[in-house]
Every structure is written in structure tokens, then in C-alpha cells.
Write a protein that binds this ligand. Structure first.
Ligand SMILES: N[C@@H](CCC(=O)N[C@@H](CS)C(=O)NCC(=O)O)C(=O)O
Length: 220
């Protein structure tokens, strides 16, 4: 059986978890916080979460894991059947990851964990996020899903990145990134109503105290 290593507070972990749930695949969850300790680096070469344990070994990097699951497992397809359509989904996923999730991440400390972020980093995040949201607005189809009528891998990256970037905008940068982006707001709401989301949110809330304690103590 596939094993998903990580923790329920992680947005990347939850992207893979939602894919597995959407596909109706059996999987086991293994708590793993990543980090630079030798035992963690044996599982995840960069110490990152999530990791998928397969019958062949461990796999890191969320977009790679999502593609692997898509190619090897049954259940509901989260990619269109044609090559161009698949490439468009991956293009949108990468744009959200690189130009929205990663710049927003530089401010997660201040937004969610009470740690001050340097003004220069915030300035950079503001510029990058404005460009990132403009890119998504230009390229996303929102019909109603990011790439069109079908729920795809791009929506997994979308719903677990845009919600956090929106919070960073509001809490840290004083910007409402969705003020003139009603299509994205509507999709966030739709994804929030996904039947599997209740479990993901409940698991996140349940694992938050242990995660905060882990951060506080500096332990992994
Ligand atoms: N590029 C990675 C990023 C994953 C990532 O940043 N995960 C965070 C948790 S949301 C993590 O592992 N943080 C622990 C660390 O960086 O030590 C992926 O796509 O999976």
C-alpha cells in the first residue's frame, strides 16, 4: 500500500492527500516532519515533506509525486487525456507553485507563526505575488476549475497555495489579492466544499498543537 509521509499542517502534504482521497486509493499516513537530521535525509533528500513511499522506494517533490500517482494508480483522472491538455495543467500548477506559493512562503513565519519577517523580504514578496496573481488571472480558465471543466492537479496546488497567499496578503502585506479576482474566490469556495476537505481540515486542526510544539522546541 502507498504510504504518505508528512504532517497534516503541510499544504504540500495536503495536496497529495487530496489527490489520493479523490482517486479513492488506499494509503497509510506516516508522521514525518522532514528536516536535516540524517534519518530524515535518508527518506527525503532535501528534508522536505511530503514523501510518497512506494513499492520501489521513496519519492519527493509534490508535483512529481502527483504525476507518479496519476501514471501508476487507478481511480478518477486528475489530468486530461491529451498531451497538450496535460501540459497546460502542469504549466498552471508550476505557475502557482513558483510564482504564488513560494513567494507567499517567505512570509508564512509572520503570517501564521508570530515571527517577524524583514521588510525587504516583504517588499519582494509583494512584487512577486502581484506578478504571480496577474499570471494566474491571465492564464487560468476558471470554468470553474483552474484548467477548465475538470478538477485537475492544478486545482490541488491552487487550493492549498492561494488560500495561504491570500492570508499573507491580508495579514502581512495589506493587500487583498482576490479583490478583483472573483473567479479565484469562487474556486476556493468550491474546493472548500469538496467532501474530502472536511477530513483534511479536521486532521490539520488536530495536528496543529503537536506541530506548534515541534516548532517551539526546535525539535524535529
Ligand atoms: N518543493 C517541495 C516543497 C515542500 C515543502 O516546502 N514542504 C514543507 C512543508 S509544507 C517542508 O518540508 N518544510 C520543512 C523544511 O523545509 O525543513 C515539494 O514540492 O514537495
Amino acid at each position: 500500500m502507498l504510504k504518505l509521509h508528512g504532517f497534516s499542517v503541510s499544504n504540500y502534504y495536503n495536496m497529495v492527500k487530496l489527490a489520493l482521497l479523490e482517486k479513492g486509493l488506499p494509503f497509510e499516513e506516516v508522521t514525518f516532519y522532514g528536516g536535516q537530521a540524517p534519518h530524515a535525509l535518508e527518506v527525503s533528500p532535501r528534508g522536505k515533506v511530503p514523501v510518497l513511499e512506494t513499492e520501489h522506494g521513496f519519492l519527493s517533490e509534490t508535483s512529481v509525486i502527483l504525476d507518479y500517482i496519476e501514471q501508476t494508480q487507478g481511480g478518477k483522472a486528475l489530468l486530461p487525456s491529451d498531451a497538450f491538455g496535460q501540459a497546460k495543467v502542469r504549466e498552471l500548477l508550476k505557475e502557482i507553485e513558483l510564482y504564488i506559493e513560494l513567494p507567499a512562503r517567505t512570509c508564512y513565519g509572520e503570517s501564521f507563526f508570530g515571527m517577524a519577517v524583514e521588510p525587504l523580504i516583504k517588499e519582494r514578496a509583494r512584487a512577486d505575488l502581484l506578478a504571480g496573481f496577474a499570471t494566474l488571472k491571465r492564464n487560468g480558465r476558471f470554468a470553474p476549475y483552474v484548467a477548465g471543466e475538470q478538477l485537475t492537479l492544478a486545482d490541488l496546488m491552487f487550493c492549498f497555495s492561494v488560500d495561504l497567499a491570500y492570508a499573507v496578503g491580508k495579514k502581512v502585506l495589506g493587500i487583498d489579492f482576490l479583490a478583483d479576482f472573483p473567479q479565484a474566490k469562487a474556486l476556493l469556495q468550491l474546493m472548500g466544499e469538496n467532501p474530502h476537505m472536511a477530513r483534511i481540515v479536521a486532521d490539520k486542526e488536530a495536528s496543529m498543537p503537536a506541530f506548534m510544539e515541534m516548532i517551539r522546541s526546535g525539535k524535529r
